[in-house]
Design a protein around this ligand. Structure first.
Ligand SMILES: O=P(O)(O)OC[C@H]1O[C@H](O)[C@H](O)[C@@H](O)[C@@H]1O
Length: 545
């Protein structure tokens, strides 16, 4: 199906017209007009309840957005992804993270081959390793039990593992220590290992390409640190280093036995890889059974996304609402606010998923877009954020659509804590939507001069996403929900959500500058005057105390 440019799709013009009407409508009015609104605009699927009624939309908005999804070829594109078509056109790659969580008997084809058996063979190898490590059967070079696991990776090879470890800490093996090193800033490595015994430490070098500067630098430092603790015995490497990568050649070059390598494939994007072998640290932490439960959660959401009608399709609805605010209301950001301490790294994880995917300025055929694409995602867990940035969401001049995420049951029930936590979720969405009008503020005895400061205009939209309990499966569903929301948005914008050329330039320039900082001979600097002066200043002062 050939898809027209976004602005000439019929639904777009209809939405533009419709927006004029919606702009002036208040959520107070929308709720007053329909006593059932709160239930009407809510949908439950795959164990997730999404209440999207506190959005600035009507049944007509929804119908037009759904029309836009149809006209954008969303259905065909979902099928194309699942069929293994090379929808990542700029890299000529398939996009098959859905195959990572397909059940053993499923068939997903890539270049004429069913990839599901390969996926499960890696999962089995990971499970075998995780069990040996957790039971103490896999020992360090001197026969000591491995108690510490350090994942070295960056971007998708770090954020997923860190987020999942934190999210599923409740299920983790508490007798083991898990650390994550990503930054090329030596402090990251130094602090991660300062209290660890090399004889009890396993490093997982996670890198899709196995060429990433930060990861390779940290991996070499880890190697030196280990050998320093083991009298330089090179043989020890085999017991203390494993690799997760798509690049066998580079892994072997680094000196890691490829028997100790866990593979994945170029059809898995870095930011879509936490459920591939990149999740090895997660599997060691929570055990293979819990890891498989997480994959089942992912898969349940995949199936929902693939088969549910769009008007009841959670990722489609989330994605369409994001388009509504980004392109019509001009909202620049989306706040993701998990009311769950274990999800503290979830917003950071989502930043790569959403912004590396949809931070694009040209369509698939290279045409400059004439509309806004990916919004800025950000957030912090509640209730903490309430005491810092929520002020701006409630009374600032910007429109910030919010996703509130909460669980019905606490993993750590303590007195009244959980009721208080959830009361805050509901109170925040209520306050944002309905605000506080002049009469109410006056009735509290507020003097006239103070009135404007104490008014809450309301009409600030939010989604409420509720799950029963933060289980491994629940985490899988939640991540897949956002993955497919990103997909929905990217499809409508007609961009490549699976490449990331924007990160290249800085990398190339850094490679050029490194020798200019390190060479003893004064380098010939041919940058702009600012960069030249900064380099000179650094060279002069780097050794000073
Ligand atoms: O896993 P690696 O090949 O080391 O890549 C790590 C990360 O670095 C790159 O710069 C990309 O922007 C990310 O998408 C990727 O996840």
């Amino acid at each position: 199906m050939s898809v027209a440019a976004l602005r000439v799709r019929p639904a777009w013009a209809l939405l533009e017209n419709h927006f004029q009407k919606m702009q002036g409508l208040h959520l107070r009015q929308l709720f007053a007009e329909d006593a059932k609104r709160g239930e009407k605009f809510a949908v439950e699927a795959a164990g997730i309840y999404l209440d999207y009624s506190k959005n600035r939309m009507t049944a007509e908005t929804l119908q037009l957005l759904l029309q836009l999804a149809e006209e954008s070829g969303l259905r065909e594109r979902i099928d194309a992804m699942f069929r293994g078509e090379k929808i990542n056109v700029t890299e000529k790659r398939s996009v098959l993270h859905v195959a990572l969580r397909a059940p053993r008997d499923a068939t997903i084809m890539h270049d004429g081959e069913n990839v599901v058996p390969q996926v499960h063979s890696v999962l089995d190898k990971m499970a075998d390793f995780a069990v040996r490590l957790r039971s103490g059967a896999w020992q360090g070079h001197t026969g000591k039990r491995i108690r510490n696991v350090v994942n070295i990776g960056i971007g998708g090879s770090d954020l997923g593992p860190v987020m999942a470890y934190e999210a599923l800490r409740y299920y983790s093996e508490r007798a083991m220590t898990f650390r994550f090193v990503s930054n090329v800033d030596g402090t990251d490595f130094a602090e991660a290992v300062r209290d660890l015994d090399p004889l009890e430490t396993l490093f997982i070098i996670s890198s899709k390409t196995f060429t990433t500067l930060e990861t390779m630098t940290n991996a070499h430092t880890a190697r030196d640190w280990l050998l320093a603790g083991l009298n330089g015995e090179e043989k020890a490497i085999a017991k203390h280093f494993v690799a997760v990568s798509t690049n066998t050649k580079e892994v072997a070059k680094f000196g890691i036995d490829t028997d100790n390598m866990f593979g994945f494939w170029d059809w898995v994007g870095g930011r879509y890889s936490m459920d591939s072998a990149i999740g090895l640290s997660t599997m060691i932490a929570i055990g293979p059974e819990n890891f498989r439960a997480m994959l089942d959660g992912f898969h349940e959401m995949d199936e929902h996304f693939r088969t549910a009608p769009f008007d009841r399709n959670l990722p489609v609805l989330l994605g369409l609402l994001t388009i509504w605010y980004a392109d019509f209301f001009g909202a620049q950001t989306v706040a993701v606010l998990p009311y769950e301490q274990y999800l503290k790294r979830f917003p950071a994880y989502l930043q790569q998923l959403t912004m590396e995917s949809n931070g694009k300025h040209v369509t698939l055929d290279g045409t400059q877009v004439d509309y806004d694409t990916g919004p800025i995602y950000w957030g912090e867990p509640g209730t903490n954020g309430q005491h810092s940035f929520y002020q701006l969401i409630h009374q600032g001049t910007r429109l910030i659509p919010c996703d509130f995420i909460a669980f019905m049951q606490s993993l750590n029930p303590l007195g009244r804590h959980h009721d208080m936590l959830l009361a805050n979720v509901f109170a925040q969405t209520e306050a944002l939507a309905f605000g506080k009008v002049e009469e109410e503020v006056k009735a509290e005895g507020t003097p006239d001069w103070l009135l404007p400061h104490r008014l809450f205009a309301g009409n600030r939209p939010s989604n409420t996403i509720l799950l029963d309990r933060l289980t491994p499966a629940a985490l899988g569903k939640l991540v897949a929900l956002y993955e497919h929301s990103v997909f929905t948005q990217g499809t409508i914008w007609q961009i490549d959500s699976f490449d990331q050329w924007g990160v290249e330039l800085g990398k190339v320039l850094a490679q050029r500058i490194i020798p200019q900082l390190e060479d003893t001979a004064e380098p010939k600097l041919e940058h702009d005057s600012s960069t030249n002066a900064l380099i000179r200043r650094y060279r002069k002062r780097k050794g000073s105390t």
